[in-house]
Design a protein around this ligand. Structure first.
Ligand code: DAK
Length: 258
């Protein structure tokens, strides 16, 4: 598979997808969104891949938002259509992926870039990272799930302050708010994300995907998270990973999951 706006690299069981438009601070245009979708689905369907790492190229930005030059020409109908399509194909797709996605935020995460980071399961930031949803400064509101995911992560009051002011917060504040899981130096960002990825990949992939499904169900108004958890929990008992995990414990050895 060849890509022109992203780089796809696999090392052992971890795939790194790097958004690669550094001269535009990795701004998301239609092609980048399409390639991200293709890459994450490709990784999910590859059984040798147990974890995905999403990051941006360069030392300045993860993603400085949707490509303003491109979307400045859209009309009302196109805006609605693209928001729906983009949410489904990239943002909701990542959030509901069976494979865990860790976002390594290496600089600005603004607008669509912060929305992309928030769709991932876990976020690690470098000390130079800056976060914001500046859409109202452009006469827009966040259109890729930002008005929903930001309050879920940091609470309604803080989310409204960030959205309405179009301001930016530092990595330190993002950590305090719970927007990111940890903050490390830029040079330690990828090694930290890979270390976390490796600790995840040791575990049962069927259980991991059931855990993602159950946690997400609690944030879906159309689902009962507790019911989904019970059902998913029960399903685990029918898997070979359950047999292997429990047998390995009883036999005092490391599990060898499929
Ligand atoms: N789009 C396009 N180009 C961008 C960009 C962006 N979002 N951000 C930066 N660039 C480009 C700059 O234009 C510049 O390109 P050249 O002029 O060199 O060709 C290059 O990247 C370097 O940027 P700067 O020279 O501005 O770098 P500075 O260090 O001075 O400033 C900055 C860094 C991050 C503070 C600044 O670049 C900045 O304010 N960038 C824009 C941030 C922003 O407002 N992002 C957009 C948020 S709104 C939609 C769904 C969702 C959305 C839109 C539509 N539909 C469904 C239709 C989402 C919207 C957003 O994300």
């Amino acid at each position: 598979m060849s890509y022109s706006t992203i780089v796809y690299q696999q090392k052992e069981t971890i795939v790194t997808i790097t958004i690669n438009r550094p001269n535009k601070l990795n701004a998301l245009n239609a092609l980048t969104l399409k390639e991200i979708h293709t890459a994450i689905k490709h990784a999910e369907e590859d059984y040798s891949v147990r974890c995905i790492l999403l990051t941006g190229s360069g030392e300045k930005a993860f993603v400085a938002g949707a490509d303003i030059k491109e979307f400045s020409k859209f009309n009302q109908v196109e805006g609605t259509q693209l928001a729906t399509k983009g949410q489904q194909l990239v943002f909701d797709c990542i959030e509901n992926l069976n494979t865990p996605v860790i976002c390594a935020i290496n600089g600005y995460a603004l607008g669509g870039g912060l929305e992309l980071a928030m769709a991932c399961h876990i976020r690690i930031a470098s000390e130079n990272a800056r976060f914001g949803l500046p859409e109202v400064s452009l006469g827009l509101i966040p259109g890729y799930g930002g008005t929903q995911r930001l309050p879920q992560l940091i609470g309604k009051g803080r989310a409204l302050e960030l959205i309405l002011s179009a301001g930016m917060i530092t990595a330190e504040k993002a950590l305090l708010y719970g927007l990111v899981n940890s903050v490390v130096s830029l040079e330690n960002l990828i090694p930290t994300a890979i270390k976390l990825g490796k600790s995840i990949t040791k575990n049962s992939s069927t259980a991991i995907s059931a855990a993602i499904y159950s946690v997400n169900a609690g944030f879906d108004v159309n689902k009962n998270g507790y019911e989904i958890e019970k059902e998913s929990f029960g399903n685990c008992f029918g898997t070979s990973d359950f047999k292997e995990g429990t047998q390995a414990f009883l036999q005092k050895r490391k599990p060898n999951f499929n």
